[in-house]
Design a protein around this ligand. Structure first.
Ligand code: VG1
Ligand code: CO
Length: 543
């Protein structure tokens, strides 16, 4: 088999965002576009000759083509072995688990996560390092720089491989091992959670749940673990991965997982509901007539971790992204452990996890995880909740109310204005930035601005510095709002507004978050001129 060196032209904009390179499928379908980026990844890495690469994706449209191309390029560039998911499928947390288990050099994840799929949808690619986590900024910036100077790429002239057959085949000097997508991940889950106890809960017949895989990658994992191993028979929805996710947005939130939300808020609601996203790293947690914000979920998991076998010896620390509410901080304070505040994106948790400074991590964007892998992990969060429910024998709502009674409630909401014109969104951010000096002291009804700044972060492990990670406006008394532009969208800009206020008073805890935050929402609109800059008078998605 022959290695070809193909000359290529440069593509502008191959800059990884919050989580890898995400573009419309049509962009990826341009000749050499994917190859350029993959070669830029390989050119940036050192010392991988003869080593193992893990490869898999969420099964969205273009996954099948991209996998074959990357296999041939890995062989041409000198990798010794590729572990590839059955039919090219691996969830993001499974890629992370497999990299760690087999001590691979790194991995490539093919996914645009919660973005819609299909020929008209999005595709994405992300490189993960040997700890199993997303490449840190130092590497993603080097990859981007390389895309700007690359002249050619190397690819093996070979037939496509049959990825439907498990086992090992030789491709030139490289081995390709097609592995079962679920086995290693399922074993890891079994080592962390009390499967027998969860199984008992389902067997009792009194416990009902609904898990919605949203026609995405967690389907096969949920079938194997929840249904076959734990006995949640007949409780799973949309478990066949489809290339276009059935036309939906595989984004587990109140808007895009509406079918599930309707079931949990309907008559005869089951006790527990959950959903995961396109690539299986997000989770949404629901109880009967009750929605658990991801920020609260992180706090509840932390406060109850001692009930779960994998975490019973205590937590080293908790880490949350800056826009995530401070609910977890209160638990950390009670446990006497550190709580770290990082920029948005899982890559910022890697060092803290590797250094043993944090055990649990979370983001308000439906991301929760721990040191078991280096990605957020949707099904892991579902199993964690099931384990807590099996031990405490209480409803999700009761657990949440007791949590608030003990720690107080951080009312929280995120308002997304999706696909607004980039120019207006940038103007909005610039205009806030230009007013940092004059905002403190300004009053809006009962609220007085205490500070206004741009969030920056110095990694406590390697001192790497990151700036302009979201505009924070804090009010006297602790309420706050954050404005950020998304780094994962592919059309225009997406403005995210994060709102938070705290109440220790149990009498207020049953309030709807939108009601509790109504004043702040109005102030945000006025302060930032959302209507004027985006042309929108309401958000696309409220969570
Ligand atoms: C969003 C979320 C962020 C998350 C990222 C990747 O980024 O806000 O918390 O880490 O998606 O998640 P942004 O830049 O659009 O706000 V996933 O499940 O898309 O890999
Ligand atoms: Co995802």
């Amino acid at each position: 088999m022959q290695i070809h060196t193909i000359s290529t032209q440069l593509f502008a904009g191959q800059k990884p965002g919050t989580s890898g390179l995400r573009k419309q499928v049509q962009v990826f379908q341009q000749a050499h576009y994917l190859e350029n980026f993959v070669q830029a990844i390989f050119d940036t890495l050192e010392g991988y000759a003869g080593k193992t690469l893990v490869l898999g994706g969420d099964g969205r449209y273009y996954n099948r083509n991209a996998i074959q191309t990357i296999l041939k390029m890995a062989a041409a560039n000198g990798f010794g072995r590729v572990l590839v998911g059955h039919n090219g499928l691996l969830s993001t947390p499974a890629v992370s688990a497999v990299i760690r288990q087999y001590q691979a050099f790194g991995g490539i994840v093919l996914s645009a996560s919660h973005n819609p799929g299909g020929p008209e949808g999005d595709f994405g690619i992300k490189y993960n390092i040997s700890n199993g986590g997303p490449a840190p900024e130092k590497i993603t910036e080097a990859i981007y720089a390389r895309t700007q100077s690359i002249r050619s790429y190397k690819i093996l002239a070979a037939d496509d491989l049959d990825l439907a057959r498990l086992g090992t085949v030789q491709v030139a000097d490289m081995q390709v091992e097609v592995i079962d997508s679920v086995t290693d991940y399922a074993k890891l889950m079994e080592s962390l959670f009390d499967f027998d106890r969860i199984n008992q809960m389902f067997k009792s017949g009194a416990f009902q749940m609904r898990f919605d895989a949203m026609h995405a990658i967690t389907g096969p994992y949920a079938k194997a673990i929840l249904e076959q191993r734990l006995g949640a028979a007949g409780m799973l929805l949309n478990c066949t991965p489809l290339e276009d996710f059935g036309g939906g947005h595989p984004d587990p939130n109140l808007t895009y997982a509406k079918d599930l939300v309707d079931i949990l808020f309907g008559a005869d609601a089951p006790q527990f509901g959950a959903a995961s996203d396109g690539d299986g790293d997000r989770n949404m947690i629901l109880g009967a007539h009750c929605f658990v914000t991801p920020s609260d979920s992180l706090a509840v998991l932390a406060a109850n971790a001692h009930l779960v076998p994998g975490y019973k010896d205590g937590l080293a620390g908790i880490a949350r992204s800056m826009p995530t509410s401070a609910a977890a901080d209160r638990v950390a304070a009670a446990l006497g452990i550190d709580c770290f505040e990082t920029p948005t994106g899982w890559k910022f948790f890697g060092n803290l996890l590797d250094a043993g400074k944090a055990t649990l991590c979370g983001e308000e964007s439906f991301g929760t995880g721990s040191n078991h892998v280096r990605e957020k992990d949707g099904l892991w969060a579902v199993l964690f909740w099931l384990n807590i429910l099996a031990v405490r024998q209480q409803s999700v709502g009761q657990i949440l109310r007791e949590h608030w009674a003990r720690f107080g409630r951080n009312f929280y909401s995120r308002h997304d204005y999706e696909a607004v014109p980039s120019e207006g969104a940038n103007r909005l951010i610039d205009s806030l930035r230009n007013r940092f000096g004059i905002l403190p002291g300004q009053r809006f009804g009962d609220y007085e601005i205490e500070f206004a700044d741009d969030f920056s972060y110095t990694d406590p492990v390697d001192q790497s510095f990151t700036q302009q990670q979201g505009i924070r406006i804090g009010f006297v008394g602790g309420s706050r709002m954050v404005f950020r532009l998304s780094g994962t969208g592919t059309a225009g800009a997406t403005l995210r507004l994060y709102l938070e206020s705290y109440s220790a008073d149990s009498a207020t805890h049953n309030l709807d978050a939108q009601v509790a935050l109504a004043d702040l929402i109005k102030i945000a609109e006025e302060l930032a001129g959302i209507r004027q800059h985006t042309g929108r008078d309401q958000p696309t998605v409220i969570t």
